[in-house]
Design a protein around this ligand. Structure first.
Ligand code: PEP
Ligand code: MN
Length: 352
């Protein structure tokens, strides 16, 4: 941190800053300028230090130079984090695709969708049993019954699964059924939920908040990492802007920005990022070109009948088309699609 003194501040003002720094176990290096002096703080700073020093009479302002998050930063860990979800590696330079319906509606819908997305090359199955809905009168998910359908589809196809947990109350239940816990955009800064989810030891996909700055988002990841759970996947899912033509504004620049600031993998959600199925494929391709480690895509057997987010859901056919184009972009930028999942023994060729 750098402390910039006011024009005309006195030696006494500087001494006061040095004294305050000494009280909290830090020291200062003074650089005297023609008009004003600056003091470089030496030692381990803490979040409140800036405000503390700015209350001193001679101080104009303070400037942070190291990042407020540590464990999430690229400075802390140069090598990209790779998360292994039952053999599917997220963050190793290949593209991992998560796909499935917005909401789990019934067993048939889940099994059918799982088979279709797996056949198209997807690696992880998504589906929500606890849904954050703007209106309390909308379909809010099947709860544990939905988790059971997810488990059936997982068993049938061998696909690892991801599903959202919305409240501390359900963490233990959801963790019993899922391979990755999803923290939704609306809960990005629900710090106690982040800690409770972290304590399950499961990989956590942390979606960016509707109005979350990248720094705030990485600080939320820091909550999980600081709890000893190093398996955090970030997910860019679009942010609120003045634009109304799309549901959210897909912040593609967040992808290379996060890759520079953090060692954590980042996946892109062009379904929620745009809200329009026709825009999902182009934004998926752009996300891969921008360096995303993977995608999460909403797919439904019949989007026009979906109980949530039908407008942004792809048919099986459109999803297969997306996979082909995403693979082409991935190959062009040196990020091939992650290896296909093995066929479960029950469905494989019989030896002999
Ligand atoms: C979802 O994945 O279905 C969802 C609700 O996403 P978000 O939290 O990004 O709105
Ligand atoms: Mn959705």
């Amino acid at each position: 941190m750098i402390v910039v003194m006011k024009v005309g501040s006195t030696q006494q003002d500087i001494d006061q800053v040095l004294e305050r720094l000494g009280e909290v176990g830090l020291s200062g290096e003074i650089t005297a300028g023609v008009e004003r002096s600056i003091i470089g703080v030496v030692g381990k700073t803490f979040p409140e230090l800036g405000t503390m020093l700015e209350t001193l009479p001679g101080v104009d302002h303070t400037v942070k130079i190291s990042r407020p998050y540590k464990l999430a930063s690229r400075e802390f860990r140069q090598n990209s984090t790779i998360i292994d979800v039952n053999g599917v590696k997220i963050g190793d330079g290949s593209i991992v695709v998560m796909a499935g319906p917005c909401s789990i509606e019934n067993e048939d819908q889940m099994v059918q969708t799982a088979r279709a997305v797996k056949a198209a090359g997807a690696h992880i199955l998504r589906g929500g049993a606890f849904k954050p809905r703007t209106s309390p009168y909308s379909f809010r998910g099947l709860g544990e019954e939905g988790l059971r359908h997810l488990a059936t589809a997982r068993a049938e196809t061998g696909m690892p699964v991801i599903t959202e947990v919305m409240t501390i109350r359900d963490v233990e239940l959801v963790a019993r059924y899922t391979d990755i816990l999803q923290i939704g955009a609306r809960n990005m800064q629900n710090f106690y939920l982040l800690e409770e989810a972290a304590d399950t030891g499961k990989p956590i996909m942390l979606k960016r908040g509707l109005a979350g700055e990248i720094e705030e988002w990485l600080l939320c990841a820091e909550y999980i990492l600081a709890r000893g759970n190093r398996q955090v996947i970030l997910c860019e899912r679009g942010i609120r802007t003045f634009e109304t033509a799309t549901r959210n504004t897909m912040d593609l620049s967040a992808i290379p920005m996060v890759k520079e600031l953090s060692h954590l993998p980042i996946v892109s959600d062009p379904s929620h990022g745009t809200g329009k199925w026709k825009l999902v494929e182009p934004m998926a391709m752009a996300s891969i070109a921008a360096g995303a480690d993977g995608l999460i895509i909403e797919v439904h057997p019949s989007p026009e009948h979906a109980l949530s987010d039908g407008a942004q859901s792809l048919t099986f056919e459109n999803f297969a088309k997306l996979m082909a184009n995403v693979t082409r972009v991935g190959n062009a930028v040196g990020h091939p699609l992650a290896p296909a999942l093995p066929v479960p023994a029950s469905q494989g060729a019989v030896a002999g």
